[in-house]
Design a protein around this ligand. Structure first.
Ligand code: SF4
Length: 363
């Protein structure tokens, strides 16, 4: 039997595909085949012609970072002249701007600031949550959490406990890029190792907070490195009982940084999105990135994605060449053209359980 037929049989029988299958699909399947298979996998969780979205802002509370990733266009070192660290009032001004757009979600994203301790974050998050009870917050990324625990000299379990006790609900999977140690050594040796990242994320889940998964493609990563990312993520999601709420993939923007290069075409992004949906059978929500692909991102709704953000601001990607449009009607028209009904949603529960038995997340 041809390889493609074997893969299709596995998918229709509800069996997970292998990493070799995923590599084959990416290299050999037609766009039509990928779209069809990814839509089949999406329909296990969602109506195929249905999508959801949130209006959201990413608040970049500081641009100080000592990790020095070569693909980053955003960071400044502590001694640079154009550094900033927003105070609570300045953060709230940004949140007020989002509220005017009808937004419901704020994601905080900064850098590895050597002077910020885990208690500083907990204090900020606690203040904004009490001030905006109707909003949801993605308070930190796993990468920032890891660094903050290290400089605060607390274990990941203790750091997660401090955040959870202050009311923090989400420490999301941002900052993952490509989860492969050779990629990490090439481009961001000061950030984290793959094993350490999952170790920290498990502590976050253990403390009762929610988390998500992300991936960024289009640097110089090999297909094997991309597959390593998906493979380690699927295994982690199995281990934690399907708790991660979503997977978001976006594309590297090559402007104003040391690495440079060229942006990958939309067609490659859509193909990878489809492969991700098909391979990540244990992740319910696959999200497409308006932040980096603008209206083209909505084409991803035909390649397995079921959800997206309408962002109002994010300095990190804009510094790297992304553009943000506030013409939401125009973006949503793309969904209508695809005959997909996109509706604004509320925030998701902190965790999903996909397995009948909850896992034991003890250390
Ligand atoms: S990608 Fe994040 S961790 Fe890396 S330099 Fe930029 S802000 Fe720092």
């Amino acid at each position: 039997m041809a390889i493609m037929d074997q893969i299709e049989q596995k998918i229709s029988a509800g069996l997970p595909i292998s990493r070799q299958d995923a590599g084959f699909l990416f290299l050999e399947a037609t766009d039509e085949q990928l779209s069809r298979l990814a839509t089949f996998m999406k329909s296990r969780f969602h109506d195929a012609d249905h999508a959801t979205y949130l209006i959201m802002a990413i608040v970049n509370y500081t641009n100080v970072c000592v990790a020095k990733c070569d693909y980053c266009s955003f960071f400044r070192l502590p001694h640079d002249k154009d550094t900033y660290l927003l105070n609570t009032e300045q953060v709230c001004e940004k949140i007020d701007s989002l509220v005017k757009f009808g937004g419901k979600l704020v994601g905080f994203n900064g850098g590895f600031h050597p002077k910020l301790r885990i208690h500083d974050y907990a204090e900020l998050f606690s203040q904004v949550r009490s001030r905006y009870p109707d909003l949801e917050f993605y308070e930190m990324t796993v990468a920032e959490f890891m660094f903050s625990c290290k400089v605060s000299k607390v274990s990941y379990d203790d750091g997660a406990k401090i955040l959870a006790e202050s009311g923090t609900r989400w420490v999301t999977g941002g900052g993952a890029e490509i989860m492969d140690n050779s990629f990490r050594k090439r481009h961001s040796p000061g950030k984290f190792s793959v094993e350490d990242y999952y170790f920290a994320q498990e502590a976050i889940l253990r403390a009762g907070m929610g988390s998500t998964a992300t991936m960024v493609i289009g640097f110089d990563e090999s297909l094997e490195e991309r597959l390593n990312h998906l493979e380690s993520l699927r295994a982690f999601q199995d281990r934690v009982g399907g708790t991660l709420a979503s997977f978001l993939c976006w594309t590297y923007k090559p402007w104003n940084n040391q690495l440079g290069g060229e942006e990958i075409p939309t067609s490659e992004y859509l193909r990878w999105l489809a492969v991700s949906r098909i391979y990540l059978h244990n992740i319910r929500n696959i999200r497409t990135s308006v932040l980096t692909k603008n209206t083209d991102a909505l084409l991803g709704l035909k390649f397995g994605a079921n959800d997206f953000d309408l962002p109002t601001e994010d300095e990190v990607t804009q510094k790297a060449g992304a553009t943000i449009s506030h013409d939401f009607e125009n973006i949503l028209q793309t969904a209508k053209n695809l005959k997909i009904r996109a509706v604004q949603r509320d925030s998701w529960p902190v965790r999903f359980w996909h397995q009948s038995k909850k896992p034991n997340l003890s250390p």
